[in-house]
Write a protein that binds this ligand. Structure first.
Ligand SMILES: [Zn+2]
Length: 142
């Protein structure tokens, strides 16, 4: 198994943007991808439409937008880095369905929440192939 970092930097701009997105959509899960370029140390986020039938508790990325984003990332010569979605209910741990359905084990799994207690939350995980979940400390470049 590849060693995974247990502490990862998220650009403050992206953290702010995806938390803002989650705040603006308090009744449904928002989702998207984040790419990274090692050379320039830059990250870029791509919001993707949630097409799940019950978007208040689930997310499913729009496949057309997903393919377009993958192309865009490749053209930018970035690497896909993280996948994010929100939990409007305030819980920032991956749901059992999140874990069961997850296939992109190389991507950092980010969950954000506008929180029902008014506290904004952002958490990162590795979800391994064997379905074990490992928390990752996220920090920003302040
Ligand atoms: Zn979830």
């Amino acid at each position: 198994m590849t060693t995974r970092k247990n502490s990862i930097k998220i650009s403050l701009e992206i953290a702010t943007r995806i938390l803002g997105d989650a705040l603006n959509n308090p009744f449904q899960e928002i989702c998207g991808l984040i790419s990274y370029d090692k050379k320039s140390d830059t990250q870029k986020s791509y919001p993707i439409r949630n097409v799940a039938t019950s978007p208040n508790t689930h997310f499913e990325m729009d496949s057309t937008q997903l393919i377009a984003t993958t192309k865009q990332v490749r053209n930018l010569k970035h690497k896909m880095f993280a996948i994010y979605h929100s939990h409007p209910n305030g819980n920032i741990t991956p749901s059992s369905q999140d874990i069961q359905q997850y296939e992109y084990h190389d991507l950092l799994y980010i969950i954000i929440s506008p929180g029902n207690d008014g506290i904004l939350n952002l958490a990162g995980y590795w979800i391994h192939q064997n379905k074990s979940v490992e928390p990752v400390t996220l920090y920003t470049n302040t």
